[in-house]
Design a protein around this ligand. Sequence first.
Ligand SMILES: C[S@@+](CC[C@H](N)C(=O)[O-])C[C@H]1O[C@@H](n2cnc3c(N)ncnc32)[C@H](O)[C@@H]1O
Length: 593
Amino acid sequence: MFEIRDVDGKGKGLFATQPILKGTCILSETPVLTVPASPSLQDIEDLWLHVTHLPDEQRQAFEALSTCHPYDNNFTKYLNIVRTNSYSVRDGAGGICLVASRINHACDSNAQHTWNDRLGKITVYALRDIAENEEITTNYMGCGRTRQERQAYLKKIYKFDCACELCSLPTALNEAADRKLLRTRKLWSYFQVGDGHTRHLANPLQRLRRLEEIAQHWAELGSSTQMHDANLEAAALALSHSDVARGSVFFGRAYASYILAHGDNDQIARDLRARLQDVTKSVCYGQSTRWQTSIDDVPSEKSPDIFEMWLWKKERYRSTTTLSVDLQDRSTFLGIGGLPTEGLFDLEYHQDASIGQSNPKRHWCFMGEIKDMATPKGQLQLMVKDIDNHVTGIFFHDRHKGANVSRLFKKNETVVVLYAQRADSDAGPVVKVTGTNVVKVRSYSIDIPFAATESSILQSFPFPIKSILLLQDRVREYATPHDNLRTCHGCAKEGSLSQKCNGCGLFWYCHSVRQSDPVHQGVDVNLLLFQTCQVTGWKDKDHQTDCKMLKNANVRSLFTFKWHEFKGPVRFPLPPQDDNVEELTNRAGKMAF
Ligand SMILES: C[S@@+](CC[C@H](N)C(=O)[O-])C[C@H]1O[C@@H](n2cnc3c(N)ncnc32)[C@H](O)[C@@H]1O
């Protein structure tokens, strides 16, 4: 199934000699020797003795293993071989396997190694389909670290700079990946506190939402260990509220994630299988009957989307989440590389072009930060860095060659172009603005003269892309309700908050008005609480800057517009739609701020 080959810059590595299917056990190997976690001098002497007594072939193979630390004699060489190559085995000891030790690391590895205590072997399972000649990799440190943390760890312990696909993402994508990871870590931290069995009793729907986000993220990263943990937690949550149907599905998923990486023959897999037979035997089962179902309530629904809606109880969620823009969604917010090409009607973006002309059938836009501006021969050219960090140009080919609109653009601002298409030039792909035909962005049968740029397909935002992305994160966290629960921007507590910033009307703060509101020395303490949280948000968390940005109708519309609902092409400022209207116009709860 595999062979050991030389790899540029990595020494040796394992390569698939045939396609390997996800879930396949690629190898299982008994360590030739083990060394305690913190070896004493005696252990090191034993190691030396052990190696010298190995059969010749094994000793030579051991001595040929790589070492990433310097050494000056066989004692330190052997110890360093152990430090570079050992797998964690029984009781935290390090085990050396002559074949498995040749497997290199990738943060987005296609395989996973684990110690199977029952077999006394290191096993390696394929986490996804592996193509013939693809390198087989495992992750030396597990998922869940930012790029900087991963690089620092690998450099410190294994002395190399990881250049896997995940570590090689362009800066903007990497920052987005790290932000998402930090958010998942924060969400998961909520599940690490609270009393074991009763922890799921309060706010179950909110907990389910968090678990959904966590599980989705780990699934995207293909991290089976974390998917197992998240699904097990979701099973415990469902079962606490007597939801046998969802509890069984989540438990089944936890089991599937586990055996994908570990196989089904260790003790944990056996225990999980036994528990799956009757999930009601779980210790958390039946503490409340709030979500009571039976196993027969698992829908026989074939559509995965609808099944997921049921599983995560999402009907209500959909209807109450209004600000859910995701500027990292690369089907809508595109860099130059992702734009449909002019003249080639891309059916993901355009309606049928059989008559030689086509209209958009969804919303999308190009985003770029202006790095330079020039007007050679009177033609306006903007050099921009797109959302994927690629530098490209926006060229104006309209009647005025862009001269009439050049005042609208400034360096370090972000230009957003609706329905942009990519045109090829001598200097590579560019976004081309051609008068009423708009940015090789055609006028699509809407006749808006290009000169009216302020209400056009092209809009300049007075902020760098990064500021817009960071603001988006805060909008998602503090301005987006989940099941009518909001997060106070000041103290991060969640609840049905009723006070929002009077400036932007989008960020929410603690304040609950009750009949029995205590009044202390003539001052409403809840009002004080609200004021304290809002002062914290305003000053310490710099809402004054965000508020200013969000008061800009165009910025605001970027976040509140329903990018996924297409009712025809639009122009800036993007129109509010349906239930966005409430968010945009309702300024209830005005306070003296
Ligand atoms: C367990 S060994 C892996 C097999 C090793 N390449 C060999 O030739 O035997 C760990 C060492 O391999 C190298 N290595 C592993 N993954 C790597 C990667 N992604 N990039 C560069 N070097 C890597 C590092 O030198 C590391 O210290």
